[in-house]
Design a protein around this ligand. Structure first.
Ligand code: SF4
Length: 682
């Protein structure tokens, strides 16, 4: 008797990763097994296509190294030696140890999480309720985007910008600080459409990325000089009167002061700072001043330097100067996440703090903070760390200190994870978390303006549990009996946007567009205190900061150190997304090994040949990887592609061994791309 294969079914989901595209996907399931994950053809932004990384989601979900039961440490911290343990035993012990610390001071407990999932439910819902109720330290989630976010807020009034679909109708697109092919693929498809219809594409990036190669022009500026370029563009707009005087008069604040600032930046001055020709600056200004509609796609790479906030402020002033906002295909997009007015108070319940005001720890300085003793200004020493949706040992800056902190034998560390990451190796307990195919979630996004729902396609593998359920069970053991700890995941999804989004529509089609105007600032209406695009920010001035955008040299400016003459940036390797996917073999096989891109001139000066192992170092540490002698690196700048798991690199380190814990001008963010190094043949 032949056995017929059972029918397959398609389940609508959403990509959970830290990527502006937030794709809608369809998982094909047969007999409870996910066979494949594909882009949802009905979702306009996704258009049926996923990137290479998430196309392999089933490989990641069914990875033989998935953690599928709770694990307890049996070896020294960091040794990666664990034994299986039952859920009840693990959670009883964790709850007892957290309760003992909380009895002394709950602020000695720190949650540590970021965008391992961008989902609002498996991100900060039940977890936030738990830590608020506990009174744990708060976490300042700065590691990626807070400099740019603060800059947009000060200038435009929020994380707001163009609707991404309108880039297809632009006639000039500046792709500024973004390797869109690698990290914003669906925007790149729109840019290609614009290009076919005659648009000019200009890339501004220290790296000659895959995207830069395919644009008409590439301005390969030095890291951390974007504001100088933007100010020189303004200089030329003024000098040639390529200005929309009516828009400036009616919809901006601080024009006269900004004009004076811009006039201090002739193209020659900026060219010297940026390391490019003055004629390139003039040509770009001419294009920007005379092409309509002109659109800027800014991404977060360029704000990972000391002056990153000012740079975003300067660039965000440009569209108002030429009146680009008047048209749907003109303006700027860094993020539209302020459009997503999710009900965070309901999801996260800060009222559970009940009048307590715990201290806030900046996640970008976790290396220093784990090593800090108790003191009056700092508060108690961090005694317990609960990590979820993050891999700080690999991704936080200055990893020598991060590792030293995680290695403290007196630190109690719990890690919710899919795999034994670098961070999980330092855990006292690893708790198996579900992947996006195994749980409910709901998503906003920063790259388009649709809400997405993720339904579970398969049952949790092994003993894995959703983050929400892990915190629910912990809450019960801690005696937290507020009804909100009983909300199930579908209820949390419904609470996320309340009446603002049609949940039935989400259930039916997986996505629901927000009502967003096509040209949001055509008639001004910026949600700033003045209602205008604020070239001058009174709010910044009141904080003792410069009210106008300016160029701030890097903390570690190129040329400032004889010992470390090279500037290093660490953009993502194309097949990795931060540290996610590094252990997916088919993707790691493409990347092969950690590499440092170095120019032919810098390699020759050091006797480095292509493919040789090099030592990259500065006062913070050293890192070994393979040299790729390539035009992708300009002379004076090296590109250390990230973010490898330390234990999968050449000598148990990664590029963050070299980065610093210094912070940006705005937003208290890290400065990953503001880092001087030297390189030598190993
Ligand atoms: S990582 Fe980005 S491009 Fe890839 S599937 Fe997810 S949202 Fe889409």
């Amino acid at each position: 008797m032949s056995v017929l294969p059972s029918a397959t079914r398609a389940v609508l989901g959403a990509c959970p990763h830290d990527c502006p595209d937030t794709c809608s996907f369809v998982t094909t399931v047969q007999d409870g097994v996910a066979l494949k994950v594909q882009g949802n053809p009905a979702h306009p932004m996704t258009d049926g296509v996923l990137c290479a990384k998430v196309s392999r989601y089933t490989e990641r979900t069914y990875h033989p190294e998935r953690v599928l039961s709770p694990l307890r440490r049996v070896g020294p911290k960091g040794s990666g030696r664990f034994e299986p343990v039952g859920w009840d035993e693990a959670l009883d012990d964790i709850a007892a140890r957290l309760a003992a610390i909380a009895a002394r001071d709950p602020q000695a407990i720190l949650p540590y999480s970021y965008a391992g999932t961008m989902g609002l439910v498996q991100g900060e819902s039940m977890a936030a309720r738990f830590f608020h109720r506990l009174g744990a330290s708060l976490l300042d989630r700065t590691i990626c985007a807070s400099a740019g976010a603060e800059a947009l807020t000060q200038t435009l009034g929020g994380k707001l910008g163009m609707k991404v679909e309108h880039f297809a109708q632009a006639k000039l697109i500046l792709i500024w600080g973004s390797n869109s092919i690698g990290s914003n693929l669906h925007f790149w498809r729109l840019a290609q459409q614009a290009k076919r219809e005659g648009a000019k594409l200009v890339c501004i990036d220290p790296r000659r990325s895959e995207t830069a190669e395919k644009c008409h022009e590439h301005l390969q500026i030095l890291p951390g000089t974007d504001a100088a370029l933007a100010l020189a563009l303004m200089h030329e707009l003024v000098a040639n009167d390529w200005l929309d005087h009516d828009y400036i008069a009616r919809h901006t604040l601080g024009w006269e002061a900004l004009r004076e600032r811009a006039l201090q930046w002739p193209p020659e001055r900026a060219a010297q700072v940026c390391g490019i020709d003055a004629d390139q600056v003039r040509a770009l200004a001419r294009d920007y001043g005379t092409t309509k509609p002109a659109a800027i796609r800014l991404n977060y790479g360029m704000q990972r330097v000391r002056g990153g906030g000012n740079a975003v402020r300067a660039i965000a002033c440009l569209p108002a100067l030429v009146g680009a906002w008047r048209q749907p295909a003109g303006g700027l997009l860094l993020s539209n996440s302020s459009r997503f007015t999710s009900d965070r108070a309901t999801l996260q319940r800060p009222d559970l703090l009940a009048g307590r005001h715990p201290r806030t720890i900046n996640m970008s300085t976790i290396g220093d903070d784990l090593l800090r003793a108790a003191s009056a200004p700092f508060g108690p020493r961090i005694e317990a760390l609960v990590v979820y949706n993050s891999n700080p040992v690999a991704v936080a800056p200055e990893s020598g200190k991060v590792v030293a902190g995680f290695a403290r034998e007196d630190l109690f560390t719990v890690v919710l994870e899919h795999f034994r990451t670098d961070t999980a190796d330092y855990a006292d307990y690893i708790l198996p978390a579900t992947t996006q195919l195994e749980h409910w979630d709901i998503h906003g996004t920063y790259g388009h303006t649709d809400v997405l729902l993720n339904r579970p396609a398969i049952a949790p593998l092994g003993q894995a549990l959703p983050n929400t359920e892990i915190f629910r069970r912990l809450a019960r053991r801690m005696g937290f009996d507020e009804p909100c700890f009983g909300d199930d995941d579908e209820a949390l999804c419904r609470q996320a946007f309340g009446e603002a989004v049609d949940f039935d529509r989400l259930l039916a089609q997986g996505f629901a567009p927000l009502p967003v105007p096509d040209a949001p600032f055509a008639d001004g209406g910026f949600p700033t205190p003045s209602g205008r695009c604020e070239f001058f920010s009174e709010r910044l001035a009141r904080q003792g900061l410069d009210g106008l955008p300016d160029h701030l040299p890097n903390h570690e400016a190129i040329g400032s150190s004889a010992r470390y003459p090279l500037a290093m940036i660490s953009p993502p390797a194309r097949n990795f997304l931060n540290s996610t996917f590094v252990n997916v073999k088919s993707l790691r096989d493409i990347e092969a090994e950690p590499v440092l891109e170095i120019s032919a001139a810098d390699a020759a000066a050091r006797g480095i040949v292509a493919g040789s192992v090099v030592r990259v170092f500065n006062d913070r540490g050293a890192y070994r990887c393979k040299a790729v002698v390539s035009e992708r690196a300009r002379p004076g700048v090296v590109n250390g592609l990230g973010i490898w798991w330390r234990k999968l690199g050449l000598d148990g380190t990664n590029v963050n061994e070299l980065t610093s814990q210094k912070l940006t001008d705005l937003g208290r963010a890290p400065v990953f791309y503001d880092c001087l190094v030297e390189v030598q043949a190993a």
